[in-house]
Design a protein around this ligand. Sequence first.
Ligand SMILES: Nc1ncnc2c1ncn2[C@@H]1O[C@H](COP(=O)(O)OP(=O)(O)OP(=O)(O)O)[C@@H](O)[C@H]1O
Ligand SMILES: [Mg+2]
Length: 233
Amino acid sequence: MYWCSKVAIHTYSATGLFSCQNVCMGTFKLAIVGRKGGVGKTTTAIHLAAHLARSRRTLLVDGDDRAYASTWARGGAMPFAVDGIGGLMTVGEYEAAVIDSQADPSEQEISTLGRHSTLLVLPAIPEAQAVSGLMQTVAVLDRAGVPRTRAAVLLTMDTRVGSATAEAREALAGAGLHVLTRTVRDTVAFRHASSGGLLVHKVGSAAGKMAWLDYEVVLRELLELAGDYSVQA
Ligand SMILES: Nc1ncnc2c1ncn2[C@@H]1O[C@H](COP(=O)(O)OP(=O)(O)OP(=O)(O)O)[C@@H](O)[C@H]1O
Ligand SMILES: [Mg+2]
């Protein structure tokens, strides 16, 4: 898969990857990636796109064959546009774009997204297994020459009980990764949101409203990070 914000020469290879022979900039692009399934990638893509859409014309690209993000947004109540992988060709028409990637993207997909996105968001659950899964993704980025400064780890499903989050944060930071300060709390409101085709603050619970604010703060951190590292945010 591939995305680019400018008119460019695109080719589609047998591996399913687009390639681009032009400079890709102008649209703020977040790619949500990770080789581990069920860590909150789609949930993160939907909610970051919703927050971006408050101030920018935003596209969510559903890069997952199972189309979970598209299904979630199918009622048409989302404040952003949604498209399948073909939407990568129209990213330049938007001020911001978020791509939700599939559960186990290939090495080539990860490295292409890493090279062409403003930032990569790597969701992880604060537990030992998820952290080691994340390091596989990071190894791919390293091999592709994508600077670790272009990736930010987002700890999701944080129960905020015990020391798991602090330990995960320490392990990831020790591996040279930027871990976002804000985590996303663990709440069943997300499950209700996805089954109802809603954003989490619309499910009618206090926890849902707080979780919505988590993503607002997460986006703010990402925009600050992009101001440091991206060509254009
Ligand atoms: N912060 C959270 N708290 C509680 N449950 C959550 C949270 N984030 C996501 N979930 C739930 O966890 C499950 C997996 O989330 P999601 O589909 O976003 O993960 P994913 O990484 O996209 O999965 P896949 O790898 O299969 O695409 C869903 O049931 C979702 O509602
Ligand atoms: Mg998903």
